[in-house]
Unconditional design. Structure first.
Ligand SMILES: Cc1ncc(COP(=O)(O)O)c(C=O)c1O
Length: 470
């Protein structure tokens, strides 16, 4: 399938390869000539696409040619004033926006279940987290969105806040009432950064949630690699308005490598083109398949999480292509046990929580593959009496006491203590196992016995934690 002048970066890369220039520059593998033979055999001609900033291939730090053109096309497609290609995942986009908008001591309103990249950004920027009250769905044990009432209360209590961060959708595909939340924030002149790492495909089918850009968000970060066919690490940051002081661009240049991978960047150009040309058709098919899987599972007594179960004050619905299967219908004690059983059956899940397993369905999943998943799921052991009711799963963290900003705690003198001796101490490290990357503890938080119990579950009874040396 030819791109016919519609994928500027990809085409520039192909043109450059055709020129067969003698390479006296990086990368040192010289079009794959100096690499491990098996690697060369597997990747073959693709290695010649691993280029650097030679004439004609533009420069991600200050784009004016093929990269600028590719980013402009992406911005047009997503309805943004400006789009940046990211080569360090959505993580770097989140960090760049927070660095560009916040100074030490500035308050950021956010749900406590934000991804660890956000906490890293708080460490870098010196901003102070203000946590929004968010409900937790006890069965199967996952975070819901942010109720507008929680945001209204936080705006009242923190009129000087600098930024609102929302997660749309959560890892499990749950979508907050983003339109209402953005309107509330904008009424107070507060810009909104949306972590849409898991929502790059939103808006491509009427059954999918809307993109946060369509709901008025100012900054939207998407992991194009998670659902849209770009390569791992390749992501995008969209700005609803231009970046007048070039603050976001400067922050990205502070954080990103000076040797961005052209293979990653071209994969963004092509993912956008694929979505533009076939997105509706491809995602329509993926949605239809996801709905069929949901129906088959429900009919077989293994009901996945539905929009009805989550919709309410804190959530407007969910992404049907994100399949959350509660373990209560299985004779397996936990999501981890279900994931292990599925692995033995040749199926790898995205995430295993205590109370559920999570599957991501994209247009890359064909009928046959989906059939194999269904067969594996339907052969998992079931409890004798049907669905086990009444099982509840506690949240991994409550809203903590924040004694220091994450940056203050990070920079303070610190030492390591056994977990058993750390009650009441201020954490100096971020402990947020991935997936899902939710912080069990973040720097600056006072550690309660309940927090330490959870850390012990991760680090073991002899585990240690880095604390501020008071
Ligand atoms: C909610 C959320 N935000 C951000 C990220 C970071 O995305 P990336 O891996 O593209 O850096 C993740 C990664 O899993 C995530 O789950």
């Amino acid at each position: 399938m030819k791109t016919q002048g519609q994928a500027p970066l990809w085409e520039a890369l192909l043109n450059y390869r055709q020129q067969r220039m003698g390479s006296w520059h990086t990368p040192g593998h010289k079009d794959g000539a100096y690499t491990w033979p098996e690697w060369r055999e597997l990747l073959g001609p693709a290695l010649a696409l691993d280029q650097t900033e030679v004439p004609g291939l533009d420069n991600l730090a200050h784009p004016s040619g093929a990269i600028a053109a590719a980013q402009e096309r992406a911005a047009r497609f997503y309805g943004a004033a400006r789009t940046f290609f990211l080569v360090n995942g959505a993580s770097v986009g989140l960090m760049a926006v927070i660095l560009a908008t916040c100074r030490p001591g500035d308050e950021v309103l956010l749900p406590r279940y934000a991804h660890r990249a956000v906490f890293n950004a708080l460490i870098l920027s010196g901003a102070r987290p203000v946590y929004l009250e968010t409900p937790w769905l006890e069965a199967p044990g996952l975070p819901l969105g942010v109720p507008p009432a929680s945001l209204a209360a936080a705006l009242q209590g923190h009129p000087g806040a600098r930024l609102l961060l929302l997660v749309h959708p959560t890892y499990e595909g749950i979508v907050p009432r983003t339109g209402e939340l953005v309107a509330l924030a904008h009424d107070r002149g507060l810009p909104v950064l949306v972590d849409a790492a898991h929502g790059a495909h939103f808006g491509l089918d009427p059954a999918l949630p809307l993109s946060p850009l369509d709901l008025g968000a100012d900054f939207v970060v998407q992991s194009t690699h998670k659902t849209m066919g770009a390569l791992t690490q390749a992501a995008m940051l969209h700005l609803r308005e231009e970046d007048p002081a070039a603050g976001v661009a400067a922050a990205l240049n502070l954080l990103q490598t000076t040797s961005p991978s052209y293979i990653l960047m071209a994969s963004l150009d092509l993912a956008r083109l694929l979505a533009e040309e076939r997105g509706r058709q491809d995602w329509g098919r993926a949605v239809a398949r996801a709905l069929t899987v949901r129906e088959r599972l429900a009919q077989a007594g293994l009901p996945p999480l539905t929009a009805t179960a989550v919709t309410g004050p804190a959530a407007s619905g969910l992404d049907v292509t994100r399949l959350v299967l509660p373990v209560t219908a299985l004779a397996l004690g936990s999501g981890q046990a279900a994931a292990a059983a599925l692995r033995r059956a040749g199926q790898e899940v995205e995430l295993a929580g205590a109370g559920y397993v999570l599957f991501i369905i994209t247009p890359g999943d064909g009928e046959e593959k989906i059939g194999a998943l269904l067969t594996a799921l339907l052969s998992l052991p079931r409890p004798a009496g049907g669905v086990i009711s009444g099982r509840k799963f506690a949240p991994p963290a409550e809203i903590p006491e924040v004694a220091l900003t994450p940056r203050e705690a990070w920079l303070a003198p610190h030492r390591e203590l056994p977990l058993k001796e750390a009650a009441g101490r201020i954490a100096a490290e971020l402990i947020a196992p991935c997936p899902p990357g939710i912080a069990l503890v973040a720097p600056g938080e006072v550690m309660t016995p309940a927090v330490l119990d959870r850390l012990q579950a991760v680090r073991g009874p002899a585990g240690r934690v880095v604390v501020v040396d008071e």
